[in-house]
Design a protein around this ligand. Structure first.
Ligand SMILES: [Zn+2]
Length: 257
């Protein structure tokens, strides 16, 4: 894909009032993908790589949450205000609010350039809401990619992460070590292990992920949309494997029709 397909994703990041500066080129059959995978499997990195290879926009709900806080309150929709309120209290944003945030960005779901959803859906209710919405728009998902990794490997990846106290840059003790141990390459501050990345917290996070996502995997598997990819190897290797798996699925679909 060429650079022209890169846009600022304003419609996604800033909500219904914003328009993307460059619309992705429409293709005959745009990729409409959902990515699933436990924390630590590298889903965000894959979404970025898939965007480069397939052209579809990387729609991350995490990015929406981060962008919301710095937005003018006059630009914030009721759903955005509600989500921010929950986040300020440190509470989980409820299903219905998350769905409202995605629904008001339905231009991105409809977009002729396709999409790669990352972080949504997270629950069965959200998956059902997305399915109903897409059906009413006569749209269909191309596939749901489930990144799999043995539990022990996930724990190694997450527990090795070190975050800069000041600039929040992320390093890894073995995979991406800082030039000087325990010090940030960018600003020289101390690197710490986030509370979230301690082994005990990791177990809790993975359990929560497992609990909410297992029904999703079943849901998409029944719909014949699930494509499983082993998230081992370099990011580019994993991306190659993803494209191969998607192509294999698409060509077997063609044979059926
Ligand atoms: Zn730093």
């Amino acid at each position: 894909m060429n650079e022209q397909t890169k846009n600022d994703r304003a419609g996604w990041l800033r909500g219904p009032q914003a328009e993307c500066s460059v619309l992705p080129s429409e293709t005959k059959s745009p990729w409409r993908l959902v990515l699933l995978g436990a924390p630590g499997v590298g889903k965000g990195t894959q979404a970025d790589l898939l965007h480069e290879r397939l052209g579809a926009c990387h729609l991350s709900t995490g990015d929406v949450f981060r962008a919301m806080g710095s937005q003018d309150s006059c630009e914030q929709t009721p759903a955005m205000k509600a989500a921010l309120e929950h986040m300020r209290r440190g509470a989980l944003v409820p299903d219905s609010t998350v769905w409202e945030l995605v629904r008001e960005r339905s231009g991105c779901i409809r977009c002729g350039g396709g999409f790669i959803l990352d972080g949504f859906p997270r629950t069965l209710a959200q998956a059902e809401a997305l399915k109903g919405h897409m059906e009413s728009e006569s749209l269909a998902l191309s596939a749901v990619v489930n990144y799999e990794l043995p539990l022990a490997e996930i724990v190694t990846r997450l527990s090795g992460r070190r975050t800069c106290e000041k600039c929040k840059s992320v390093f890894h003790v073995t995979r991406r070590p800082p030039r000087e141990e325990g010090m940030c390459d960018h600003c020289g501050e101390r690197l710490l292990q986030r509370e979230d990345d301690r082994p005990q917290s990791i177990a809790v996070r993975l359990e929560a992920y497992e609990r909410s996502t297992a029904p999703l995997i079943q849901f998409y598997s029944h719909l014949g949309l699930l494509v499983s990819v082993l998230a081992a190897g370099s990011p580019n290797e994993i991306c190659d494997n993803t494209i191969t798996a998607l192509d294999a699925r698409t060509s077997s679909e063609d044979r059926l029709h």
